[in-house]
Design a protein around this ligand. Structure first.
Ligand SMILES: [Zn+2]
Length: 427
């Protein structure tokens, strides 16, 4: 059917403004814009109605009734000139408030975003307050194949206006912020893209937990404090974790800090350090979300070096230590879940490698051991044997009771991507 014939049928039944009329044929004449499209169709129909009255195809009253369904200032003017009397009706879809709606919601979006720093944005709409349903009623009643959803139209027009107001760019792929209009509830919801920062931490003291949990002090708390200028919620994603009583020293442990709903996203944190009495942090650079998994990664694919202080009540000598070093070279340990973590871990047997051990005698009953092992091996139990649950162990090899008096992590392998230096992203 021709556009004008189709549009005439619609307008016989529904009052429409230029925008909402144009949206019913939106996929024809791409680039015109719905308002211009509707205006063009409306003008042709007005002329057509005039012709039909003059040629006696319809009565004047009938033409006036149809003209009254154009929610347009211009029609009121024209009708007067043409000698018709119209009683303008409001647009069935938008209530004749399209421009006001676009302006009002553009301002609401700008207002909702004012606290946030961003370069790119997207405007969404979760509820158009009944407009979509009313428009759909028309589209399905007249089977209009070229219509565009009024929701799409609103998102696009508000997006354009916000771009003008803020001078920021829309981004349909991966925007910094998404502002979602809800006309029914009269609110704008925001989705803010988190910021991810890759860094290294050292735990200089014992009794500091990694995540903010039941201990008064944690690495996460330090990270949170250091990143507080971002104005968001900070979550720590670290590459494994040490026990609360274990320090992380040496080259430190890699982590990714995620700042959720950040108000700032471009602070110059790269290369910055934070230090207090218990924790040292260094923020290396902004990264993308993939880095969370990259850093957390598969524990068993990582390598770590520990420094253990080992206590042997029966005493050790140099001979014991040299034999220990020789034995624990590239040896596979069968480790059943330690008793002390059984309450929160499944009882399974893991196989993990010890790559090497370097031992240094401190006195007759204790020595220091530098241990390089595969991630996921429980070192305290590697020393003690955990009543036979870890085999072989220092204790079983020496044939004497041995306990780990203190433990530090001194080196954690960096994620592969870090070694390649890829994945960098700002903001
Ligand atoms: Zn309308």
């Amino acid at each position: 059917m021709r556009i004008t014939e189709e549009a005439l049928e619609v307008v016989k039944h529904y009052p429409l403004c230029d925008h909402c009329l144009g949206s019913l044929f939106a996929r024809l004449g791409k680039g015109l814009g719905n308002e211009h499209r509707g205006e063009a169709i409306r003008r042709v129909i007005i002329m057509e109605l005039d012709r039909m009255v003059r040629e006696g195809e319809i009565k004047k009253e009938e033409a006036e009734k149809i003209m009254s369904n154009f929610d347009s200032d211009e029609v009121e003017e024209l009708a007067k000139n043409m000698g018709y009397s119209v009683r303008r009706r409001s647009c069935y879809v938008c209530g004749g408030k399209w421009r006001e709606l676009v302006e009002e919601w553009s301002k609401k979006v700008v207002d909702a975003l004012k606290e946030y720093e961003f370069d790119t944005f997207l405007v969404g709409c979760s509820d158009c307050g009944g407009m979509v349903e009313r428009q759909r009623e028309i589209i399905s009643a007249f089977r209009l194949p070229y219509a565009e959803s009024v929701k799409n139209s609103l998102k696009r027009e508000v997006g354009k206006r916000v771009k003008e107001l803020l001078g920021k760019e829309p981004d349909f792929e991966d925007p910094h912020v998404v502002a979602i209009m809800n006309l029914r509830e009269d609110k704008v919801d925001l989705q803010i893209k988190p910021v991810f920062i890759y860094g290294i931490y050292k735990k200089k003291a014992r009794n500091v937990s990694q995540s903010e949990w039941k201990y008064p002090y944690s690495v996460e708390r330090a990270v949170r404090k250091a990143l507080s200028p971002f104005g968001g919620e900070v979550v720590l994603h670290a590459s494994g974790r040490e026990d609360v009583d274990v320090r992380a020293l040496g080259t430190g442990r890699p982590f990714v800090a995620e700042v959720k709903r950040p108000k700032r996203r471009r602070l110059p944190v790269e290369g910055s350090e934070y230090e207090d009495e218990l924790v040292w942090l260094r923020f290396e650079r902004y990264v993308n979300r993939d880095w969370v998994q990259r850093v957390k990664g598969d524990e068993s694919k990582k390598e770590k070096v520990y420094l253990a202080l080992v206590y042997v009540p029966e005493g050790v000598d140099e001979g014991d230590l040299r034999a220990l070093e020789e034995f624990f070279e590239d040896v596979t340990i069968k480790q059943r879940t330690p008793k002390r973590v059984l309450h929160r871990r499944a009882d399974v047997v893991r196989e993990r490698k010890v790559y090497w051990v370097k031992a240094r005698k401190l006195n007759d009953k204790s020595f220091e051991a530098l241990i390089k092992a595969q991630g996921g091996l429980y070192i305290k139990e590697l020393v003690s044997g955990d009543e036979g649950r870890t085999e072989p162990s220092f204790s079983s090899f020496l044939g004497k009771e041995a306990t780990c008096a203190s433990l530090d992590v001194v080196w954690v392998s960096l994620p592969q991507a870090e070694l390649r230096g890829g994945g960098e992203e700002r903001g």
